[in-house]
Design a binder for this molecule. Structure first.
Ligand code: HEC
Length: 212
């Protein structure tokens, strides 16, 4: 009996060590040298939504970020991510399309490791709770105006929403401030690197576009 116990103990320790080496040490030493895309590199690729933001809110945009260029885009993105963290958006939203339950039908292609290997996604904001939808493929699902209206009062555009309004993203006349523009630029960037986002019932704007 004792010998059996000892055999299980040894088997357990060996399995643990094997797991530790294969899933912990090995990926660490092999992936450590992979280049991490910097914010400066990311911001070279300015999506249409960011240009539109400057056109839609010219005064507010100029005051907050100046002109549309890689530097102002980089500034908006990093501020947007900081706001996302500070406001606890990750408490209700994930940023990871899981390879289960046909999530790709709802949110777009399943997430892969390479997408997170850049300055703006490290550490990744995977999140676990999904009070609201996953956001890693949010780019282009709604217009900038939709997002601005949504941050001001979610129920104006999504009648049964439990998302709180973010009035401190606006001045006393209801004009979007720097944080509103930054968080909109940030959510419109999430997933902008993926070409194929499916047109599902959750993607209302894309559906409307498809009908035209
Ligand atoms: C209390 C939970 C909660 C918090 C906190 C929250 N949200 Fe939401 N969010 C939701 C819910 C629920 C929805 C779905 C209904 C709707 O569209 O309002 C949603 C929807 C969204 C959508 C639209 C998603 C889509 O594809 O239609 C975006 C973008 C979004 N939230 C961004 C944010 C950001 C950015 C923050 C932080 C500033 C935030 N949310 C904080 C619950 C939350």
């Amino acid at each position: 009996m004792e010998r059996l116990g000892a055999a299980f103990l040894i088997a357990g320790v060996v399995t643990f060590l094997l797991g530790f080496v294969l899933q912990g040490v090995l990926p660490m030493v092999t992936y450590r040298k992979l280049p991490v895309k910097t914010l400066a590199e990311i911001s070279q690729d300015i999506p249409e939504e960011f240009r539109q933001l400057a056109e839609d809110y010219p005064e507010e945009f100029t005051r907050a970020f100046g002109e549309v260029n890689p530097a102002s885009f980089a500034q908006a993105l990093s501020r947007g991510r900081a706001v996302y963290i500070a406001e606890g958006c990750w408490h209700c939203h994930s940023q990871y399309v899981r390879p289960v339950s046909q999530e790709d039908l709802r949110f777009g292609p399943v997430s892969n490791a390479a997408e997170y290997n850049n300055e703006l996604n490290l550490p990744p904001l995977f999140g676990t709770r999904r009070v609201g939808p996953d956001l890693i493929r949010e780019a282009g699902k709604h217009s900038n105006d939709w997002h601005i209206a949504h941050f001001f009062e979610p129920r104006d555009v999504a009648p049964y929403s439990v998302m709180p309004p973010y009035r401190w993203f606006f001045d006393d006349k209801g004009r979007p401030n720097k944080d509103a523009l930054a968080i909109t630029a940030y959510v419109q960037w999430l997933g902008s690197w993926v070409e194929q986002v499916p047109q599902t019932i959750y993607n209302v704007d894309a559906l409307a576009g498809a009908k035209q």
